[in-house]
Design a protein around this ligand. Structure first.
Ligand SMILES: NC(=O)c1ccc[n+]([C@@H]2O[C@H](COP(=O)([O-])OP(=O)(O)OC[C@H]3O[C@@H](n4cnc5c(N)ncnc54)[C@H](OP(=O)(O)O)[C@@H]3O)[C@@H](O)[C@H]2O)c1
Length: 376
């Protein structure tokens, strides 16, 4: 049986993270499956939890075991309980990626894909080969490269999901935090294309410039003393009553709801002890700041905060609408849903402490790509 490499992550009961390259059999596709030679898989914030867990990466080092490099890092005892369900399990990693179909099962729709570039969502994309059902592949238009298609699921469908959620829940505008992220930049292009009012929140002056360069109309910088006033003006102008926040910790969600309430108050006549009747919804969809969420509840009694996750949203809209959104992503993967990558790493390069420290910083414009077949 032909062998190939796959990246795996394990947290031991004794409190050690081990990220290693293991040799696995190249899978044989079943009737409705295809075998994809992986050529590009992004390292998204959502991949870092499964890959690195709550380990102390500042103390990470490479060890050589049986001729292979293994990254090890201690997991502080206080954080081990949070990893209880995965202890001593050797887990594949990598949510999404793209590559070329090199073998297929007997079903005609599988056979048709041989030689095509496809994107996939597999949970094991940091591997030389992925074997997946045809239905889980996004078939890219001719001429699209694997690197262009690497991020064709998580961020594009989330950007589309935000706009869809807005429409389904009868809101008419959006507030988005961490707006300079890869996803944030996609959302700006999407909202411009679809004429959706969007208020972008960033935390640095240079990010304001970046987003204005993309055509963003409303960009509020949370590092400025005028932030709350700027945000209130932008919310009043756009009528945005739905927010998506990837920070999670601290006061940002609180500030957004407060600005929405102040904006609503501008058109309020009379006084109500319970604030305006305008319903304000904030979804926390990321955890870039792991500190507690601070809420002072100074925005009346017509608000809600919840969590938002792509798979749950796709379940909500169902198979047919998901297929339509996926087709739009395929058609606009080099425009609306384009991603930029700082550097392409091999599987081995992806687990050096130096590279890990670079990509866990999750800095604006510094997204890394793994080519699992680089150098092999
Ligand atoms: N819920 C879902 O289904 C779902 C789906 C897709 C993505 N997401 C989330 O969406 C977010 C963006 O993903 P991405 O791939 O677009 O990220 P990305 O391109 O890697 O960008 C990360 C961004 O986060 C900012 N950032 C990092 N730490 C921060 C902090 N503590 N406070 C505020 N900003 C911080 C960075 O800005 P600086 O340069 O200023 O550090 C950068 O702009 C992630 O949190 C991801 O988990 C969630």
């Amino acid at each position: 049986m032909e062998k190939s490499l796959q990246l795996r992550s394990k947290i031991t009961k004794s409190g050690q993270l081990e990220v290693s390259l293991v040799e696995v059999d190249v899978p044989t596709p079943g009737p409705g499956e295809v075998l994809v030679r992986m050529e590009a898989a992004p390292i998204n914030p959502s991949d870092m939890g499964p890959m690195l867990g709550p380990a102390d990466i500042t103390a990470a080092r490479l060890q050589s075991t049986e001729g292979r490099q293994v990254l090890t890092a201690p997991v502080p005892e206080a954080r081990l309980a949070g990893a209880a369900t995965r202890l001593d399990k050797d887990l594949p990693v990598g949510n999404e990626g793209a590559g070329t179909v090199v073998a297929a099962g007997s079903d005609p729709e599988a056979q048709e894909l041989i030689g095509r570039t496809v994107g996939l969502l597999s949970g094991r994309s940091y591997a030389q080969y992925c074997c997946v059902p045809v239905a889980s592949c996004l078939v890219l238009n001719e001429g699209t490269t694997a690197a262009e298609a690497a991020s064709c699921f998580v961020n594009p469908l989330t950007a589309l999901g935000m706009v869809e959620t807005m429409k389904l829940d009868k809101h008419t505008g959006l507030v988005h935090t961490v707006a300079a992220s890869n996803l944030g930049q996609m959302l700006i292009r999407l909202c411009l294309a679809d004429d959706v009012p969007l208020v972008n929140i960033v935390r640095k002056a240079e990010q304001v410039e970046l987003l204005r360069g993309l055509g963003a109309k409303h960009v509020c910088d949370s590092s400025q003393g005028s932030f709350l006033d700027d945000l209130t003006d932008a919310v009043a102008e756009t009528g945005a009553t739905l927010a998506f926040d990837a920070v999670g910790g601290g006061r940002l969600v609180n500030d957004v709801l407060f600005a929405m309430e102040r904006a609503a108050g501008r058109t309020l006549t009379g006084h109500s002890t319970y604030g305006s009747a305008v319903f304000k919804q904030a979804y926390i969809y990321g955890g870039l700041d792991l500190s507690p969420t601070i809420l002072n509840r100074t925005y009346g009694m017509s608000w809600s905060i919840g969590a938002w996750l792509l798979p749950q949203f796709l379940q909500r809209i169902g198979f047919e609408r998901t297929a339509e959104l996926r087709q739009r992503v395929a058609d606009e993967i080099t425009t609306t849903f384009a991603s930029k990558f700082t550097k392409v790493l091999s599987l081995e390069e992806a687990i050096t402490p130096e590279n890990i420290r670079l990509y866990v910083a999750k800095k604006t414009g510094e997204k890394y790509l793994i080519n699992p077949n680089k150098g092999l």
